[in-house]
Write a protein that binds this ligand. Structure first.
Ligand SMILES: Nc1ncnc2c1ncn2[C@@H]1O[C@H](COP(=O)(O)OP(=O)(O)OP(=O)(O)O)[C@@H](O)[C@H]1O
Ligand SMILES: [Mg+2]
Length: 246
């Protein structure tokens, strides 16, 4: 039975998609069967893996227009995203059990994968609730900068509500810092402050600012094939090892 991990933060551009793609690739290298699910209307994860204009995406499957379709993506499976996801909340309105549609969709294929990674959109709406309702672990990438904590507290607040009402199994697997730049004093201080506030949640691994991480998806590659010697590859490798121990 697969473990479902969601990468989430309602703040945009913190590294959710970059982390989903590269942690997926790292887990694959560790011999795991991996499925990625692109839950963002921007569909950056799908684009970065070369799956553009997919005929069957997660939105249509959630609406039961067609069965779930996983596209091959460098040895992993990918369930494509779609701009239509931005209308999901409107379409589902106050339908009963609307928070459990993704869970139901993934249930029959959970035996086929060791890890299912969910790339959440930068919002705490119905799509994200669907992710929280079916995940076992949440991972929260954070850019260590001023106001980063505001976003974190909102995510943690939602997590405790979800734990009470939708998914008692859910835990925060960890918070990790992305785009880390040791030379920037403010970032260092924010990171240390966060570690003091949430010692049990902050992971040891962090991801440095690394140009290669931004370049790799434009060539449809993960960091391990694009730049195996880069800081990005070293850091994501360490993060994958840490996630595997949780
Ligand atoms: N460690 C890093 N070093 C350098 N660039 C990075 C790093 N992590 C992410 N980036 C770049 O920062 C941008 C935002 O990253 P990403 O798309 O992963 O964030 P996101 O949280 O998924 O954003 P969104 O909220 O819009 O979905 C991208 O251009 C990505 O290539
Ligand atoms: Mg993203």
């Amino acid at each position: 039975m697969s473990k479902i991990l969601a990468f989430t933060n309602q703040k945009g551009g913190v590294g959710k998609t970059t982390s989903t793609a590269n942690i997926g690739a790292g887990l694959l290298r560790a011999g795991k069967r991996v499925l990625l699910v692109d839950l963002d209307p921007q569909a950056n994860l799908s684009k970065g893996l070369g799956v553009v204009k997919a005929e069957k995406n997660v939105y249509g499957a959630l609406l039961q227009e067609y069965p779930l379709k996983a596209y091959p993506a460098h040895g992993m499976g990918l369930i494509a995203g779609s701009p239509a996801l931005s209308g999901f909340e409107k379409v589902k309105g106050d339908e009963l059990d609307r928070e459990f549609l993704l869970k139901e969709l993934l249930e029959p294929i959970r035996g086929k994968f060791d890890y299912i990674l969910l790339d959440c959109p930068p919002a705490l709406g119905l799509v994200t609730l669907n992710a929280y309702a079916c995940a076992q672990e949440l991972y929260i990438p954070l850019e260590a900068q001023l106001y980063a904590t505001d976003g974190l507290e909102m995510v943690l607040g939602l997590v405790s509500r979800v734990q009470r009402r939708l998914n008692p199994e859910l835990i925060v697997g960890g918070i990790f810092f992305t785009r880390h730049d040791a030379r920037k004093v403010l970032r260092r201080e924010t990171a240390e402050q966060m570690r003091a506030q949430h010692p049990e949640l902050v992971l040891n691994s962090f991801i440095r600012e690394s140009i290669a991480l931004g370049e790799a998806p434009h060539l449809g590659k993960d960091i391990f094939t694009y730049a195996p010697q880069s800081a990005g590859a070293t850091d994501y490798q360490a993060l994958v090892a840490e996630i595997l121990t949780r």
